[in-house]
Design a protein around this ligand. Structure first.
Ligand code: GLN
Length: 547
């Protein structure tokens, strides 16, 4: 059984609990430990798949096709954990399981209650991810202590220590230490209140992460330790940093790894090797080059909807020693004013994933601009589909569209495939088009075979890859011949050749569209090859920042 670290948050939301948990995971991995991470979310949706990304942030997709919370993306970026259906549980999923059991008669006439039935189900969920192959399991509880919704989760983690032994569980709590400018001081009171709230439900934190916009003096730390009943070295300052990838370094310099060793009895472990994180932070903070990338989408103001994408672009920059500047372009603005107005100063253009017809024509105009002006272009999922539509229309003179945007279009170059072979599961998948949710999606990891001599091949350096999907519509093979005869290259397909996964252009510096979401597999320490290639092409002139 692994050791468990439960991470809760207090005072306000959005303090970066997911990052803190993930950075702690990175630090433990740097000591040679095997780490798994899990998120328990107090909302009632069974999974985040149906939540609006513009309200809740992006839907992160796992290899096994689970639609999960964006914090799982942080976990995969900071550690080597491969998340799955067991790494994210919501209140909805927990209740769903309990109600299914109740209907089946599993409880043998018991009155089914929050304690013990819901809390037992939560504890089962925690155990499901924490298998023996790991040394440490980090479990993050969503929400803020004091919320009604998170109470059953907090009760479950309280019981968990009782069940598995004091020495096997550690509670970490993230709080805010605000600076009050009128007083010229950092204030510890909100932290004290938050810890008091936790203690009222039976949890005494072992470690406090104190978010602050400036360093915590020894006095402030002492005060927090005294009032919150903690060892002085258990008060860890989590001061604002330039890049989130510095957080493992900050935690190390605050002595977190030694504290975890001691509190969890991890044995005499080596000093963590954080040299790769140091290199990552250095490359972000002292870049040699830069590239400005236009991201052409709708509602571009809500950055959390594109979390993994932005991180993957930054990783592409890390791989090339380059700073990536983001230029968010609303595709409806392009429709109104033309692509030239927004894209003439841009080094690379990217159309990300998306759903629905709003702003589609603006995206198509942006792609035409990238293709004709030979500006590096990267199309992801919808961005690949719209690239095929643009090519079909302008170059092949087709009346092309996706049936998602025009059901009766004459040349449906992108359409709903009714059946396809899932090489991962060995099963034929059938798309139920009339379901309430809008039809079955192709979800999760699928193998792809790459054609030699293409941009994709150059980027990946291999033939067989696996990438994650989340979409309904597909490239229509009926149009493959005419599109390819006019210069489109299909550079990646499913092993049976039926599903087109990557398209690109030959007489262009870098024009690649992929049906999958490569951003889900990119890490700062292992930048994704396509993002690396795209950024490399975008800084082709090698305009140095420091001549
Ligand atoms: N709307 C498109 C589809 O369903 C693209 C989805 C996406 O970009 N994730 O196929």
């Amino acid at each position: 059984m692994p050791k468990f670290i439960f991470v809760t948050g207090g005072v306000v939301s959005a303090l970066g609990k997911g990052i803190a948990a993930a950075a702690m995971g990175a630090l433990l991995e740097a000591k040679g430990l095997r780490v798994t991470m899990q998120k328990l979310d107090p909302y009632i949706n069974v999974d985040p798949g149906t939540l609006s990304p513009f309200e809740h942030g992006e839907v992160y997709v796992t290899d096994d096709g689970c639609e999960t919370d964006l914090d799982l993306g942080h976990y995969e970026r900071f550690t080597h954990v491969r998340t799955s259906v067991f790494n994210n549980f919501t209140t909805g999923k927990i209740y769903n399981n309990v109600i299914t059991k109740e209907r089946r008669g599993d409880y043998l006439g018991d009155t089914v209650q929050v304690v013990p039935h819901i809390t037992d189900e939560i504890k089962n969920a925690i155990r499901a991810a924490a298998t023996d192959e790991y040394d440490v399991a980090i479990v993050e509880i969503g929400g803020t202590v004091g919320d009604i919704e998170s109470l059953p989760f907090l009760e479950a983690i309280r019981q968990f220590r009782y069940d598995v032994g004091r020495e096997n569980v550690l509670y970490a709590h993230l709080t805010l230490v605000p600076y009050i400018s009128a007083a010229g001081e950092l204030k510890s009171k909100p932290t004290q209140h938050s810890v008091k709230e936790l203690r009222a439900i039976g949890i005494q934190p072992d470690v406090l992460f104190c978010r602050a916009d400036r360093a915590l003096s020894a006095d402030v730390k002492r005060k927090i330790a005294l009032h919150c009943n903690l060892d002085l070295d258990a008060v860890i300052a989590a001061v604002d940093v330039d890049t989130v990838y510095e957080v493992p370094l900050c935690f190390k310099s605050e002595g977190l790894d030694r504290l975890l060793d001691r509190k969890l009895n991890l044995g005499h472990l080596p000093e963590p090797d954080i040299s790769t994180w140091r290199e990552v932070a250095k490359r972000i903070k002292e870049p040699k080059f830069e590239a400005t990338i236009a991201i052409v989408g709708k509602y571009v103001g809500l950055k959390d909807a594109y979390k993994s994408l932005m991180e993957a672009l930054i990783h592409g920059g890390i791989a090339n020693n380059a700073r990536v500047n983001f230029q968010w372009v609303d595709s409806e603005e392009i429709e109104a004013k033309g692509a030239e107005n927004f894209l003439s100063e841009i080094d690379g253009i990217l159309v990300p994933g998306g759903f629905g017809s709003r702003g589609i024509e603006g995206k198509i105009q942006a792609i035409r601009y990238a293709r004709e002006k030979k500006i590096p272009y990267f199309g992801i999922c919808l961005g690949m589909q719209t690239a095929v539509i643009e090519f079909g229309r302008t170059v092949c003179k087709l009346s092309a569209n996706s049936t998602e945007f025009d059901a009766g279009i004459k040349d449906p170059v992108i359409y709903l495939m009714e059946k396809w072979y899932n090489h991962r599961t060995g099963k034929i998948e059938e798309r139920s088009i009339n379901s309430q949710m809008g039809g079955t999606m192709r979800l999760g990891a699928y193998p792809c075979v790459i054609k030699e001599g293409t941009h994709a091949h150059k980027a990946y350096g291999k033939i067989e890859i696996s990438e994650r999907h989340r979409h309904r519509y597909e490239f229509n093979n009926k149009y493959k011949e005419i599109l390819c005869n006019n210069g489109l290259i299909v550079s990646g397909t499913s092993p049976d050749g039926e599903l087109v996964e990557i398209v690109e252009l030959q007489d262009h510096p870098w024009f690649v569209g992929c049906q999958f979401h490569p951003e889900f597999q990119s890490k700062p320490i292992e930048p994704h090859p396509l993002f690396k290639g795209f950024i490399e092409a975008s800084i082709k002139e090698k305009r140095s920042l420091f001549p």
